[in-house]
Design a protein around this ligand. Structure first.
Ligand code: G3H
Ligand code: 13P
Ligand code: ZN
Length: 307
């Protein structure tokens, strides 16, 4: 059933578990996410980026909408990293129940003003709103402490930002970054900062972790063995994710792990069966591999059985 992002996340935060926001771009990814959520009886958020909307257009949004409505678990359809007011309006018109406006690259006052405008529009049609404060650049070890401090979310600013904009959940920059290269395998989430932000926003306020993929080493090795090229890839450790959930993170964004699962399996199938040319024999196993990843994430976040 289709619900708003806030309905899912308010309950998650209150009960102390996390909910995955998984990015989709096509039918197989969408099915993998929904099949996993239904098998685990978990609420789930399906995220579509502006790139996904450009790639899949109306075919993608209509399909996701139909499947989400038919699902036997709560599903929110969420715009991931909307960069403009117009982009958000298009998503709302297409039936999204949740939107993100990402003006984190702008000065604080501009971020506040633009985010507030989006929040008013989205709330007028009953959708929930996420925004981001701080830069998700991925903070290198050699970066000086004060420089690092300037990039990551400032707790006091976070409190003012939420008060002034009226957003429903806040994406925080606490050291993670998008993609498969994070932290060189060492713990690096700024937990003290997260705890401070959560303290100022209150015990019920849902926080969001972007760049949260685990980048499972087993998948990285299989990807390489199948001929894929990837550098020193590392994700967020499972213990770090669980700790972050206990400290206030309710929405956990995952895209890279699905991309890795999909492409690894496609490579393996094509290598093992050079004669295959039925797309279903290639995409079917990839869908299955992604479903396993989503199920493992749901178990890690603690949302199984919470639907
Ligand atoms: O945060 C970004 C997501 O991984 C979506 O990526 O913009 O390439 O679709 P994308
Ligand atoms: P990952 O690249 O770690 O999967 O993060 C995805 C994300 O934050 C989407 O908004
Ligand atoms: Zn993101």
């Amino acid at each position: 059933m289709l619900v708003t992002g806030l309905e899912i996340l308010a309950k998650a935060r209150k009960e102390g578990y996390g909910v995955g926001a998984f990015n989709t771009n096509n039918m197989e990814i969408t099915q993998a996410i929904l099949e996993a959520a239904e098998a685990k009886r978990s609420p789930v958020i399906i995220a579509l980026s502006e790139g996904a909307l450009k790639y899949g257009g109306r075919a993608l949004t209509k399909m996701v909408h139909e499947l989400a409505r038919d699902a036997s678990v709560p599903v929110a359809i969420h715009l991931d990293h909307g960069h403009s007011y117009e982009s958000v309006l298009r998503a709302l018109y297409a039936g999204f129940t949740s939107v993100m406006i990402d003006k984190s690259g702008e000065p604080f006052d501009v971020n506040v003003a633009e985010t507030k405008r989006v929040a008013e529009a989205a709330h007028a049609v009953g959708a929930s709103v996420e925004a981001e404060l701080g830069r998700l650049a991925g903070v290198e070890e050699h970066v000086a402490v004060d420089e690092k401090d300037a990039l990551l979310t400032n707790p006091r600013e976070a409190q003012i930002f939420v008060e002034r904009t009226g957003i429903d959940f806040l994406a925080v920059a606490i050291g993670t970054s998008h993609g498969p290269y994070k932290g060189k395998g060492k713990p690096f989430i700024d937990h003290a900062r997260l705890v401070e932000i959560a303290k100022l926003l209150g015990p019920d306020y849902p926080l969001v972790l972007h760049g949260a993929s685990g980048v499972p080493q087993e998948l990285v090795q299989r990807f390489r063995a199948a001929g894929g090229e990837i550098g020193d890839a590392h994700g967020i450790a499972p213990e770090d994710i669980q700790k972050a959930i206990s400290e206030g993170i309710a929405k956990i964004n995952t895209d890279t792990d699905l991309r890795l699962a999909f492409t690894t399996r496609v490579r393996e199938v094509l290598n093992a069966e050079p004669a295959v040319f039925d797309p279903r024999k290639i995409l079917g196993p990839a869908r299955e591999e992604m479903r396993k990843v989503v199920e493992a994430r749901i178990d890690l976040f603690g949302s199984a059985g919470k639907a």
